[in-house]
Design a protein around this ligand. Structure first.
Ligand code: C5P
Ligand code: MG
Length: 230
């Protein structure tokens, strides 16, 4: 007989709060996450940053594959990205109990991380439907999705500006166009999937960093109130 029982998600969603932060390339996900970390005690995990770190890690078997997918603006096979996120979450939760690796949250936010509790902003993930379903099933169901809505004109300008100093292989016009196309074709269906479940909190991110953040705070506070979090 085969074992019929699926193992279920690794992290208990009643203890671990996961918020997905989505939006096109250059919508301001990373920038806004930094502010949310300071005010709410989240730990910020950027899927793109984790992939770039893995690409550069000596001995990684995925280095060349990741480099190619990123330059072409394509979505890296989900097994790689999910494993990186899952490891980072586990390390971060262990770090609060004195474990090795992972980031320890600031003193003022420790209470939100006591007794195995934790809160993560997962930035730039899920970018494809298979990632969304697999993560919910095996890692941790998300609480809601923060979606930053921006025009391509504004995103293009931001990315070109960033490209002057970022050193990223994909902050150039050719890669950016491919990333926009992937976003529309592959990632928007994920946002629509969560919209149908009424789990998307949408904020317009064309305005300045400060204006956008003030809208995000209002939206997050309201959503936390509804969900009974603080
Ligand atoms: O979010 P960011 O712009 O840093 O992502 C850079 C690239 O990393 C994406 O264009 C894509 O190639 C890859 N990526 C991915 N899957 C994700 C997030 C990022 O393949 N969930
Ligand atoms: Mg980013």
């Amino acid at each position: 007989m085969t074992d019929p029982s699926p193992s279920g998600p690794e992290f208990d969603p009643s203890k671990v709060t996961v918020i997905f932060v989505l939006g096109g390339p250059g919508a301001g996900k990373g920038t806004q996450c930094e502010s949310l970390v300071n005010d709410y005690g989240f730990v910020h995990l950027s899927a793109g940053d984790l992939l770039r770190a893995e690409q550069q890690r000596k001995g990684s078997q995925y280095g060349a594959l990741i480099a190619d997918y990123i330059k072409e603006g394509k979505i890296v096979p989900m097994e790689v990205t999910i494993a990186l996120l899952q490891n980072a979450m586990r390390e971060t939760l262990n770090a609060q109990q004195g474990g090795e690796g992972g980031q320890v949250v600031a003193e003022e936010h420790r209470a939100k991380w006591s007794d195995g509790k934790g809160r993560f902003l997962i930035d730039g993930f899920p970018r494809k439907m298979d990632q969304a379903l697999k993560f919910d099933e095996t890692v941790c169901p998300s609480r809601f999705v923060l979606f930053l809505h921006c025009t391509e004109e504004v995103m293009l300008q931001r990315l070109l500006k960033r490209g002057e100093t970022s050193g990223r292989t994909d902050d150039n016009v050719e890669s950016i166009k491919k990333r926009f196309q992937t976003f529309v074709e592959t990632s928007m269906p994920v946002v629509d999937h969560y919209r149908k479940q009424d789990r998307v909190v949408e904020v317009d991110s064309v305005a300045s960093k400060e204006q956008v953040y003030s809208e995000i705070r209002k939206a997050v506070d309201l959503t936390f109130e509804k969900l009974g979090e603080q």
